[in-house]
Structures are given as C-alpha cells and as structure tokens.
Ligand binder design. Structure first.
Ligand code: GDP
Ligand code: IMO
Ligand code: MG
Length: 429
C-alpha cells in the first residue's frame, strides 16, 4: 500500500510536476492535497509542454486517477477552463474526481486578495492574486463554502449570506469597493452544479480503500515547505500546509499510511513574491540563473528571484517533512559556472548558525556562509547515471547530499521526463 508524498523543499517551482509525471505511469491515484490555482506544475513529455495549475499534474498520466483533495481550494471557473484547455490538446480528463469537502474560491476572495495586497503596501506578500488566502481564511473562520454546498441551494444561500454579511462591510467600509449581491454569488456557483456533480466523491474513503487494496497513491503537494503557513517564512507564505503532514490532512490519508516523503529541490534556489531569501543573487549571476533556468513563474509570469543552494534550508525541510528521499532538479542549469557556492550555514549578526535560526528577525538578518565547488563545462543532459556525470558534478551532488538530510534518489538533468538520473526507485527502492 505505498502512499508517497511529493513536497517542494524550497519556495516552490522545484519540479514537482516533473517528479509526479515520472512516477505517473506506476501509480493508481494522484491526489493534490493543498493549494489551488496558485500552483503551476510543468510536465514536459517528448518536448511537448503542459502547465497544470489547479489540476494535479498526474492528470496527464493515463493510468492514474487524479483527485483534487479536501485540503484544496477550488475556483470552479478556473477548473473548467483548465479541463477544457487540456481536452482541446487531446488530453483525457474524464477520470478526474474532486473531494466533496474541498473549499471553493468565490469571486469576492479574488477581490479581497488584491485589495489586501494593495492595503499592505510595502509589506505586501506578492501573492498570485488568485484569492487563495481569503478562501483559506474563510475555511478557518468557518465561513467557507464547500464543493458539496453547490448541490444544496438553500444551504449554499445561507452560507453565502453569512459570509457576505461580513465581507461587504469590509469591502465597502475598509476597501472602498462595491458590495457583492448574494444572488450574484449563488447563481455563479449554481451555474457549475451540473458539470461538477459527476466529479464529486468522498475522496478520503476512495483513497483509503485504494490503499487497502494495495494500490499506489501519490500525493502531489502544491507550493513548498518554506511557503507553509506554519513552517515557512511567515508571513511571506501561502495559506495552506504544503508540508508532508499537511498532505495527510489534505487527503485524509493518515500519517501512519504514508510510506515515503520525497523532497523536490533545485540544485540552486528560487523564490517568487516577497520575503527573505539568504542566498539571493542581485548581480549578473542571478540573471544568468534566471535566464538559463527559465525562471519565470508558470502561473503569473513573474520573474523568479534566484540564488545558490541553501543546505540550511534543506536540512530544515528534511526535518519538518521527515523526508526519506530527495529528487534534485535542474543540475544541468549549473553547467558552465566556474565555481559554485553552496550555503552551509548562516552568519546572523556575527553569530554562526548551522541550523535554521529560531526567529524571523534572525532569518531576515541571515548572511550565507558559503563553501565553494569547482564547476564543469560538459553537457550533462544525456547523463542517466551518476557515473555519467563529470567528476566535478559528482562531487557537487555528493557534497549536497551529505549536507541536506536525506539521500538523493533522483537527479534532473533536463526538463523532459527522460532527462533524469534514477539512483533509487522512488516507489520501491
Ligand atoms: P513545480 O511547481 O514544482 O512543478 O515546478 P515548475 O513547473 O513551476 O517549475 C520547474 C521548471 O523547471 C519547469 O519549467 C520544468 O519543466 C523545469 N524542470 C524540472 N526539472 C528540470 C531539470 O532537471 N532540468 C531543467 N533544465 N529543467 C527542469
Ligand atoms: P508551485 O506549486 C511558487 C507564493 C506566491 C507568494 C506566496 C503567497 O508551482 O510550486 P498565494 O497566492 O498562495 O497566497 O501567494 O506564495 N506561491 C508560489 N510560489 N510556486 C508556487 O506553487 C506558489 N504558490 C504560491 O508567489 O509569494
Ligand atoms: Mg510551479
């Protein structure tokens, strides 16, 4: 009954889509446990590129049943647009299932996301503007709307009324925006009811039953460890728990059933949006990594901030998630760099920290202490085993593995599914 969770180990965009796709043909279910259409997971197969947002990337794996789990927040308009877009490209989305307990993103959540960001001014988070934070706020405030509510008009209306009573005060009096009509929102959701109904299931039951039958379930986390609302660089985080424990809650698969937690980590670091980033580069090398790595957000098109590998972050992520394995991506992007710095510890106001400092203030002051590695110039995109890599690349990878807290079981040397060095099988190895 293998239940494998894939978790971003940095600030997102590590290559979770590629990792999911690599395992896709060997799993029976792929469930997305958290997030919404703030994610952007890329899959490249035979040069053909797909960018998944709300849907799990596993929807492209013909043998797997894709599920949007209870921990997600769903924008129905975005959901059906994405389904239609994939169908138009010849993909089969007919197996998709959605948890009856997943929450809904309402149009007013998107408005609130944008006005809140404006209101924060210099302290803005740099969200994706998809209404994710406000939808999770309503969930926790017990004012949320769930997928199942769309099938009970009277309940839906009551809940919308309850939520708008508060939202309209906020929109009109604080943010100087127009108020929202209950009818408008109720009609908006009801207009999707018919198309939604056949997709909705008790996904917790289905997934646990699948595990009982010995099926393989993959949890494809959205976002990443340092965007986790508990374990990330708060407040510069998303509003869900993208860590491995969150995947348990967000899918209804109990923690004792998770057999493996795989951290996806880039051979360097990127971040989109605001917040601290100790190894960030502000020079030409930063631009070089951005250009060579194609570091532009899938979701919003924003350029990603770039910096060197940070082993302090990796060790922390290993701990928080209980990683059994790492899948290191984008090693190929470092080809041609003469000397590669790796952050091994922080200097915080003159004091060395080998592990994540306790407070946000300290982390904001953290300056990287680097160790340097000799680069390589050979093209590594054809490497399929560690031994195929030039000596310096092998030294780099092995050194990173030693300092990161979990074994390196796969190494990405290009965006395509096949451009991967598999060291240990991520399901059985
Ligand atoms: P996700 O959000 O974690 O799924 O990652 P994204 O799809 O947002 O960003 C990762 C980007 O890196 C995508 O463009 C992938 O196609 C690409 N990618 C993944 N693995 C590799 C790799 O090993 N090498 C290279 N060059 N690109 C990769
Ligand atoms: P994937 O799954 C990178 C970032 C946003 C912002 C913060 C909060 O592709 O790795 P939100 O809209 O969630 O309230 O924004 O989180 N963010 C991501 N950054 N990859 C993602 O997803 C992200 N999802 C959210 O840029 O800083
Ligand atoms: Mg992404």
């Amino acid at each position: 009954m293998p239940a494998i969770v894939i978790v971003g180990a940095q600030w997102g965009d590590e290559g979770k889509g590629k990792a999911t796709d690599l395992l896709g043909s060997r799993v029976d279910y792929v469930v997305k446990p958290n997030g919404g259409n703030n994610a952007g997971h890329t899959v490249v197969v035979g040069g053909e590129k797909y960018e998944l947002k709300l849907l799990p990337a596993g929807i492209l794996s013909p043998n797997a049943i894709p599920i949007i789990g209870n921990g997600c927040v769903i924008n129905l308009e975005a959901l059906f647009d994405e389904i239609d877009g994939l169908e138009a490209r010849g993909a089969d989305t007919s197996k998709l299932k959605i948890s009856a307990n997943a929450h809904l993103v309402a149009p007013y959540h998107q408005v609130l996301d944008k006005v809140t960001e404006r209101f924060l001014g210099k302290r803005a988070i740099g969200t994706t503007g998809r209404g994710i934070g406000p939808a999770y706020m309503d969930k926790v405030a017990r004012l949320g709307l769930r997928v199942q509510d769309v099938f009970d008009e009277s309940i839906l209306r009551q809940k919308v009324e309850g939520s708008l009573k508060q939202k309209n005060e906020l929109l009109v009096k604080v943010y100087n925006r127009r108020s929202v009509e209950v009818d408008e929102i109720v009609s908006y959701f009801l207009s999707y009811a018919e198309r939604l109904r056949p997709l909705v299931i008790d996904s917790t039951f289905a997934l646990n039953e699948a595990l009982d039958e010995g099926k393989v379930v993959l949890m494809e986390g959205g976002q990443a460890t340092f965007l986790d609302v508990d374990h990330g660089t708060y407040p510069f985080v998303t509003s869900s728990n993208p860590t491995a424990g969150g995947a348990s809650v967000g899918s209804g698969i109990g923690p004792t059933r998770i057999t493996r937690a795989v951290g996806i980590i880039k051979a360097y670091t990127t971040r989109v949006g605001a917040g601290p980033f100790p190894t960030e580069l502000f020079d030409d090398m930063g631009l070089y990594l951005q250009k060579t790595g194609g570091e532009f957000g899938v979701n919003t098109g924003r350029p990603r901030r770039t910096g060197w590998y940070d082993a302090v972050l990796a060790r922390h992520a290993s701990r928080v998630n209980g990683f059994t394995d790492y899948f290191v991506t984008k090693l190929d992007v470092l080809t041609g760099i003469e000397r590669i710095p790796v952050c091994v510890a922080y200097d915080v106001d003159g004091v060395r920290h080998d592990e994540m400092p306790m407070t946000q203030t300290e982390f904001h002051h953290a300056k990287p202490i680097f160790e340097y590695f000799e680069g390589w110039t050979e093209d590594i995109t054809g490497a399929r085993s560690i031994e195929d890599l030039p000596d310096n690349a092998q030294v780099y990878v092995r050194a990173l593995e030693k300092m990161s807290g979990a074994r390196f079981s796969a190494i990405g040397v290009g965006p395509d599914r096949d451009q991967t060095i598999v060291v240990n099988d991520l399901i059985t190895g």
